[in-house]
Unconditional design. Structure first.
Length: 220
């Protein structure tokens, strides 16, 4: 039996997304964060699944190259990327408020597929496993005023597809078909599966809560 510990396996999240980090923390994992700095415009493809997976791969590898791990102490590195496939287009983060507004006027009352690519690298053993999780999102038929108010918050500008389900945008998503965490940007069931391919358990990453309910802080 594996129980939360003060010294779990190290996980480095190659993503600046606070939502992904919060998702892992809520699942008992306290990742270190190292932003990859990858230029996402360098990848060109017509397939949303290929795009998000290639970007996840590039982000993870960029962080591995910066860590220069040695021996058994090398951490796991997880790269993720998300895009929305809608009406034949691949939608990442909108460039500005005007684009976010246009997108929501197109998306309201309709549905799209949110794809999240995952690349997990075991730096100690040099092993790599990767996959894409996909979830269908049905958007509410919201009004122009609601769109204007939502875009005005700035939230849609920071996320793929110009919406969230774990923030203000959650009110404008009627339902989803699939794993909710995929829409947030990191599929927990898929992450568990990828760990299994490396011979690891998700429980190996659980952090023991400190007195007061906060996760134990990891150093190094």
């Amino acid at each position: 039996m594996r129980v939360p510990t003060d010294n779990p396996l190290r996980l480095v999240l190659a993503s600046a997304s606070p939502a992904r980090r919060r998702l892992l923390q809520a699942a008992g994992i306290d990742p270190e964060v190292l932003v990859s700095g990858v230029d996402e415009s360098v990848v060109k493809t017509d397939r949303a699944e290929d795009l998000c997976l290639e970007l996840a791969r590039l982000k993870a590898q960029a962080v591995v190259d910066r860590l220069r791990p040695t021996g058994e102490a090398g951490p796991l590195v997880l790269g993720c990327d998300s895009v929305l496939a809608f009406d034949g287009e691949i939608l990442g983060k909108p460039a500005d408020a005007a684009e976010a507004t246009r997108r929501w006027r197109q998306m309201r009352g309709r549905s799209g597929v949110l794809h999240s690519g995952h690349c997990l690298i075991d730096t100690a053993g040099g092993r790599v496993t990767e996959a894409v999780a996909s979830t269908t999102v049905h958007f509410a038929a919201i009004s122009d005023d609601e769109i204007a108010s939502y875009v005005g918050t700035g939230e849609p500008l920071a996320v793929a597809g110009a919406f969230t389900i774990d923030g203000l945008g959650g009110s404008f998503v009627e339902r989803i078909e699939g794993d909710p965490s995929t829409v947030i940007g990191l599929s927990l069931p898929l992450f568990r599966s990828l760990l299994g391919e490396l011979g690891l358990l998700v429980t190996d990453l659980w952090v023991k809560p400190a007195p007061g309910g906060q996760a134990v802080q990891k150093l190094g």
